[in-house]
Design a protein around this ligand. Structure first.
Ligand code: PLP
Length: 416
């Protein structure tokens, strides 16, 4: 299930303590190679949607494979710059217009306008310049409503029926709309993804200067056995005829961009935690494994009913026999702090068959690279932010983010 052996998990715990995020450079690089091999008719640029896991060392590993960056805020763009990414390899696609947009664009960062108001603001700052627009093609795909970022229920992007207003702003500010973008949601059905891609092409036909089409991310990743990951090769190949037909009809050979987050990092990360207690609620109830992690490191189960693989690694390294059905919970005083919800239903409980644990054993929670460290219930119950460790290509584990101290947690507080 995970890239770590039991011995490696025990060694990393001994060196860095728990809870700790552990990432694997080989897995990161292997998924980057797959993304960079996405089939395209007229060339490909692939971006890493860094909001999935924005730690500098991870950005660097992926940047060095040849990926560019998708930043979801001005702060994120700045963070990528500080990690050493060249400005022209960063594009901002944000719900909130960065307050320092002028400065970022002057330094060379690219901008993707996500609403008519954003396009107008950009036009006022940079008349006559090139820009990208994000559209909402009218249909979305996500593993649930909270991860769907297109269609009528989503506020992301310019609604596809408003392209006339886009063209009006283009004329008003003499903008060159050379790039168009659509990101339809995370982890949904590949068939819907392709359908949305085709709708996006239809919209691109109406913006005559567009020569670069960004179809976003959202490729599904299998975290649990029995789930299927999106097949990038199959999806890319299915779209080749559409790009060729577009070129024949409109005389434009569209350069393709994609920008996955999840697909690049989800299975390249785990959380190691301690079993801190084992309790039960009687014959009619449940058995619970309490861990020193939970929503402070992995909020996705609480937020979406997301499913992560969980494994108990005995502390002593011996094979332990005997299994049981357990609910795995976090360390917060919050009944929603559960790592074993029903799939897609954070309210529900779904016990897992696990090796019988004892306090002091290790729990390995897999599929924890994307939207875990990045999207945590940070400092709730005053637990410090967990450290992050990267297992390098040669197998050595290096610290890439230290554990937060109590002083760091309190540094901005004032009492007088
Ligand atoms: C979040 C996001 C992505 C990445 O989505 P994944 O589901 O993690 O692949 C790509 N593009 C934009 C604009 C996003 O907001």
């Amino acid at each position: 299930m995970s890239f770590l052996s039991g011995d490696q998990a025990r060694a990393i715990r001994a060196e860095f303590g728990t809870p700790v995020y552990v990432y694997d450079q080989r897995t990161l690089e292997a998924s980057a190679r797959e993304v960079l091999a996405f089939p395209s008719a007229f060339g490909l640029t692939a971006r890493y949607a860094m909001k999935a896991l924005p730690t500098a060392a991870i950005i660097r590993v992926l940047y060095e494979t040849g990926l560019h960056i998708d930043a979801s805020s001005g702060f994120e763009a700045e963070r990528a710059l500080r990690a050493g990414v060249a400005p022209d390899r960063i594009q901002i696609t944000a719900q909130e217009l960065p307050k320092d947009l002028k400065d970022l664009v002057e330094r060379g960062v690219l901008f993707n306008a996500c609403s008519l108001r954003q396009l107008e603001a950009y036009g006022q700052l940079f008349p006559g310049r090139e820009v990208s627009v994000r559209i909402n093609p009218g249909l979305g795909a996500g593993h649930n409503n909270r991860t769907n970022t297109s269609g009528p229920s989503s506020s992301f992007g310019i609604w596809h029926e408003k392209l006339d207003q886009v063209l009006a702003l283009q004329r008003e500010f003499d903008l060159r709309l050379t790039r168009m973008h659509a990101h339809i949601g995370s982890g949904g059905d590949p068939e819907v993804w392709k359908k949305c891609a085709r709708l996006t092409l239809e919209a691109a036909a109406r913006l005559p200067d567009v020569t670069r089409l960004n179809l976003g991310g959202g490729f599904k990743v299998a975290r649990l056995p029995g789930e299927a990951s999106a097949n990038l090769r199959e999806i890319g190949e299915a779209l080749l005829p559409d790009f060729e037909a577009f070129a024949a009809q409109h005389g434009r050979e569209l350069h393709l961009e994609i920008e996955p987050g999840t697909y690049l990092v989800a299975n390249a990360g785990v959380v190691l935690a301690d079993v801190i207690d084992v309790v039960d609620s009687g014959a009619e109830g449940y058995a619970f494994i309490k861990t020193d992690t939970g929503m402070t490191e992995i909020l996705r189960p609480t937020l979406y009913g997301a499913q992560h693989p969980i494994e108990v690694v005995p502390a002593d390294g011996d094979e332990r026999h005997g299994e049981g059905d357990y609910l795995v919970v976090g360390h917060c005083c919050e009944s929603g702090d559960s790592l074993t919800p029903q799939p897609g239903d954070p309210e529900g409980l779904r016990p897992r068959r696990l090796c019988q644990p004892e306090p002091g054993d290790i729990v390995v929670i897999g599929g924890a690279g994307a939207y875990c460290s990045a999207l945590a219930g940070k400092n709730y119950n005053s637990f410090p932010e967990a450290p992050e460790v990267l297992v390098r290509r040669d197998g050595t584990a290096v610290l890439i983010r230290q554990r937060q101290s109590l002083d760091q947690m309190l540094i901005n507080e004032r009492t007088s």
